[in-house]
Design a protein around this ligand. Structure first.
Ligand code: ATP
Length: 133
């Protein structure tokens, strides 16, 4: 089966580098499924899971927004933060979720930090969903 090279890069460095059979990612425009020899594209990503499918297993990566760039033999994901499922600290994410929920309860929707805290919550829930899956 053919493969494509995948790199997942964050400001902290490279989180993943390898050959995969298929990549799926949550773009702003909808779910993307990328097979080798896909047409070139660049798309913004939502907070979500990136699935890296191999012949016998699938790896899951929590991605906190960013961009995906696709060429026929290469997929690059530039993410603000990304963690492989096995590197997610579940307790930390549960604490982050509680903290964000508490802040949101105490905040008006038009508070200048409301959207930032809502995104904190979304990242924490994404990490929890992936870690517990
Ligand atoms: P926290 O409030 O727990 O610090 P955060 O939402 O502020 O979380 P981010 O800004 O999304 O964290 O990410 C900052 C850095 O911390 C990134 O390098 C990210 O990979 C890492 N990180 C955040 N939460 C976790 C987690 N639960 N497990 C592993 N790494 C994490």
């Amino acid at each position: 089966m053919s493969t494509t090279q995948v790199d997942i890069v964050t400001p902290d460095g490279k989180v993943y580098e390898g050959e995969v059979n298929m990549v799926s990612a949550r773009a702003v425009s909808g779910e993307l499924g990328i097979l080798p020899r896909h047409m070139p594209l660049v798309a913004p990503l939502k907070i979500g899971v990136v699935r890296l499918k191999h012949e016998t297993n699938t790896e899951h990566v929590a991605v906190a927004g960013g961009f995906i760039e696709v060429t026929p033999d290469h997929v690059t994901i530039l993410a603000e933060a990304a963690e492989l499922k096995e590197h997610i600290d579940l307790d930390r994410a549960l604490r982050a979720k509680e903290r964000a929920e508490k802040h949101l309860r105490e905040m008006d929707k038009d508070h200048k930090h409301y959207e930032r805290v809502r995104l904190d919550l979304e990242r924490a829930v994404n990490r929890i969903d992936i870690a517990e899956d």
